[in-house]
Design a protein around this ligand. Sequence first.
Ligand code: SF4
Length: 320
Amino acid sequence: EEKILKVENLKVHFPIRKGLLSRPVGYVYAVDGVSFDLKKGETLGIVGESGCGKTTAGMAVMNLNPPTDGDVWWKGKKMADMTPSQMRALRRDMQLIFQDPYSSLNPRMTVNQILADPMEVHGMYKGEKRKERIDYLMETVGLSPEQGTRYPHEFSGGQRQRIGIARSLALSPSLIIGDEPVSALDVSIQAQIINLLMNLKSEFDLSMIIISHDLAVVEYLCDRIIVMYLGKIIESASYASLYNDAKHPYTQALLSAVPVPDPLREKNRIILQGDVPSPIDPPSGCRFHTRCPRKMEICEKNEPAMKEFDKGHTAACHLY
Ligand code: SF4
């Protein structure tokens, strides 16, 4: 199968400076050696608590914050070697959906103008084609073309996220990255937007990366899930595999917090002690050892290697 995206040993370290021009006194190890890939038409979930590096990893894939180290390949081309025109094509081909649709939509533009803007920037869908395209996008996300003359504040939260999604589709991208795409919405509206994304994915054969702190959100959308903790991937599997047989104690704790619809299938909630440690000075060995209920002596000293369990199910933990 065709891999459209490959990320290898990606690192994003942000320098900490006391003054604007002074030498760095330390680094935030936001993403610290992350590797994954994405097949055409696949949806990948990146899950973890805030500060685990999931958003930074997503932005690095779009080259919005350039990696400190490691490589990203897009459709077989190494991003670091791309020419400016290849880079422009990539910007068209990868689009973001933001968490807060309101702050990402220009309040002084009508929806028609918001949707026309990316087409103008990239010189696509000119003349009459543009209005046709805008009307088509509105219908695709469940809005009516007549609503295009209105401004963002005239819409509800869920409708605004639909507008954000329409804008992300404007240039027919191959990859959509959603950064907490439903977290700002009411639970009842979340389901509608998740359904919309699922429909779009099959209709347009889109690849997607969904970044979320909420395993329940990625459950429906994603074929495969990566769990991150303090800048590293600690487990990766299909949702079914993860749900039925999570290996890593951190994943087990995250899953134990997802509500189950079936009250007979009772779960013991695993409560983690303390907060996520600072990514400026991450713990030695296994980065999760300060909070792990199953910590052993070796965990403080040695970093666990990634092991493969079933096909495509990997985890890094000394228990195995
Ligand atoms: Fe816990 Fe040790 Fe496994 Fe880390 S390596 S998750 S500390 S048991």
